[in-house]
Design a protein around this ligand. Structure first.
Ligand code: SF4
Ligand code: SF4
Length: 184
């Protein structure tokens, strides 16, 4: 089942909360087994381009300036905490072995807002979200993890789609509205 995208300002409010992001990872990781040893990053560095890194002022969709020419992180030992703590959900055993983000074209990023767990599915290879097969897999992930799954492109202001059960999508929408900053 698909749902209309949330307004951009709600999605932006959720994306900007660093503490919430960390809480999300810990909580969602805790529900999964552990980093799957058989699933190392290998030659993938999709998250280093498709996701933003606040401490580096690196926007989503821009290759990190620390990416090594031969692949991997050029500052591995002193990379930011956000990078040290991050594992995409493929590394946590979600999706199939062959769906490594650089091959599938989507990075699954665990998040939480106002205590509500959700997953951001960020396109890392242009065009990958146009495949029906990708949407079918993302629908399965939303059902299996019992979360709302927000599909985005780094270049777009608004999510492309939101997958998940009606209660999960409604819970996320409510949490996002609550997390909006109060301004004059
Ligand atoms: S997207 Fe996942 S598999 Fe690829 S480099 Fe990042 S954490 Fe590793
Ligand atoms: S600092 Fe290293 S791990 Fe972090 S985004 Fe840049 S290349 Fe990737």
């Amino acid at each position: 089942m698909t749902w209309a995208p949330l307004p951009a300002h709600l999605a932006k409010a959720a994306a900007g909360n660093r503490h919430a992001r960390r809480g999300a990872r810990k909580e969602l990781y805790a529900t999964l087994t552990a980093v799957v040893e058989a699933r190392p990053c290998g030659s993938c560095s999709a998250c280093c381009t498709s996701l933003g890194v606040q401490s580096l002022r690196k926007p989503a969709g821009t290759p990190c300036s620390h990416l090594a020419a031969a692949g991997g992180c050029g500052i591995h030992a002193r990379r930011p905490t956000a990078c040290k703590e991050f594992f995409c959900l493929w590394r946590m055993g979600v999706l199939d072995d062959g769906d490594r983000p650089d091959l599938a074209g989507v990075v699954l990023n665990p998040k939480t807002t106002g205590g509500v767990r959700w997953v951001q599915a960020m396109e890392s290879t242009p065009g990958s979200l146009e495949r029906d097969e990708t949407f079918a897999k993302l629908n399965r992930v939303a059902a299996e993890l019992n979360v709302a799954l927000v599909i985005c492109r780094p270049s777009d202001q608004e999510p492309i789609d939101i997958l998940g059960s009606a209660p999960n999508v409604e819970a996320l929408a409510t949490a996002l509205r609550r997390s909006l900053p109060v301004t004059k």
